[in-house]
Design a binder for this molecule. Structure first.
Ligand code: NAD
Length: 353
């Protein structure tokens, strides 16, 4: 069969390598940024201060106020800083939460953004922003949201706690898995997806063991770039919708929820997408995609049950209702009873079927 597809690349610049944070001043110059507001979380304040010291008087200030799920009131506080300091650009250093705050500011101001990702979540590669208002998370896409420049410096990932490196890595793998069976899948994105999964499957056992293995860290960050590029390039399906619903409804942690759900979502979709499932299995070096993902997760010591993340048992029916309440594309049609069983197995920590 001759394939037919559309491929569109996101217009962004990627600077990659150990020590490449040293390029930050030059990258600011490229974008004409003279007064950057450096964003991060309280937990990574030292990363923010390191960056401010590096760029000297090009730093207007450090705002260590980012939190998970980009609440609008948190963005409003940061916006006051942008205005008070007359910032003309954003440098976001951190995981998806910090990057989300930078995107929210860029959406409101169209200021240029340089992102220095320190986790594997992949938000830096997408024009998508999820914001929370009064507990409800809504997602939007705009060219203003896409960062102009991304600096992947592996040195900043050395402080990632091993357990978070694992769940963040599986979060990244989830983008690649769904890209392989996306409605708008194409050969270039599928190559990136398979390579991204392969890199993480090799690197994560070393990171989980707490080894300070430079090659494994490098592979994982390269995998994060590739998987994030998949997320930015093609549409996602059941897995991402389910994680969004579960995270928002039961306030579950982002990367951990992806980690629990992924083997089950793969099992649900596998019969409809045998070629994509075979590519996932091949990238994992496993006999079968869904079981391979479950074995990887369990072998890395990650939690495999939603109940261990704090989801109540009586939430299973509600989650199933919500998961099928908004129609969206998925390679296998959304069947309420089968999705309810999927959630129940994920809640209990059972293997995928
Ligand atoms: P996170 O950014 O909340 O990070 C979790 C914690 O780890 C934070 O305290 C953070 O400061 C810390 N951390 C991150 N990197 C570290 C490092 N190298 N060393 C030490 N501590 C570090 O979590 P996340 O999983 O990266 O991001 C989750 C958020 O990103 C969610 O809100 C999710 O919706 C969003 N996200 C959005 C997109 C998108 O395209 N819009 C894509 C992926 C994720």
């Amino acid at each position: 069969m001759v394939e037919s597809f559309v491929y569109q690349a996101a217009p962004m610049r990627v600077v990659f390598g150990s020590g490449r944070l040293a390029d930050l001043a030059a990258e600011l110059d490229r974008l004409g940024i003279k007064r950057a507001l450096v964003l991060t979380t309280v937990q990574q304040k030292s990363h923010g201060e390191q960056i401010a010291a590096l760029i000297g008087n090009r730093a207007a200030g450090v705002h260590a106020g980012a939190v998970m799920h980009t609440p609008v009131d948190v963005t409003e506080v940061a916006m006051q800083q942008v205005m008070a300091l007359q910032a003309d650009g954003i440098v976001a250093v951190g995981g998806g939460s910090t990057i989300g705050l930078g995107k929210a500011i860029a959406l409101r101001t169209d200021l240029p953004q340089i992102v220095v990702p320190t986790s594997y979540a992949g938000s830096e590669m997408t024009p998508i922003l999820g914001e929370t208002r009064e507990g409800l998370k809504t997602t939007q896409s705009s060219p203003k949201i896409l960062p102009e420049t991304v600096i992947y410096d592996v040195d900043l990932t050395r402080t990632l706690p091993p357990a978070f490196a694992v769940t963040s890595g599986i979060n990244a793998i989830a983008h690649a898995v769904e890209a392989l069976y996306a409605r708008d899948a194409n050969p270039v994105v599928s190559l990136m997806a398979e390579e991204g999964i392969r890199l993480f499957a090799g690197a994560l056992p070393k990171l989980a063991a707490g080894e300070d293995d430079a090659a494994a860290r490098d592979d994982a960050l390269r995998g994060a770039w590739l998987c994030g590029a998949c997320l930015g390039a093609v549409g996602m399906g059941l897995h991402h919708k389910l994680c969004h619903t579960l995270g928002g409804t039961f306030n579950l942690p982002h990367a951990e929820t992806h980690t629990v759900i992924l083997p089950h979502a793969m099992a649900y979709n596998a019969p409809a997408v045998p070629v994509a499932a075979a590519r996932v299995a091949r990238a994992l070096g496993a006999g079968q995609a869904a079981q391979g993902l479950f074995d990887l997760t369990q072998g890395l010591g990650a939690k495999v049950a939603l109940r261990d993340l704090g989801m109540p048992k009586d939430g299973i029916e509600r989650a199933a209702d919500l998961a099928v309440s908004n129609a969206y594309w998925n390679p296998r049609p959304l069947e309420r009873d089968a999705i309810r069983d999927l959630i129940a197995r994920a809640w209990a920590g059972d293997p995928p079927v």
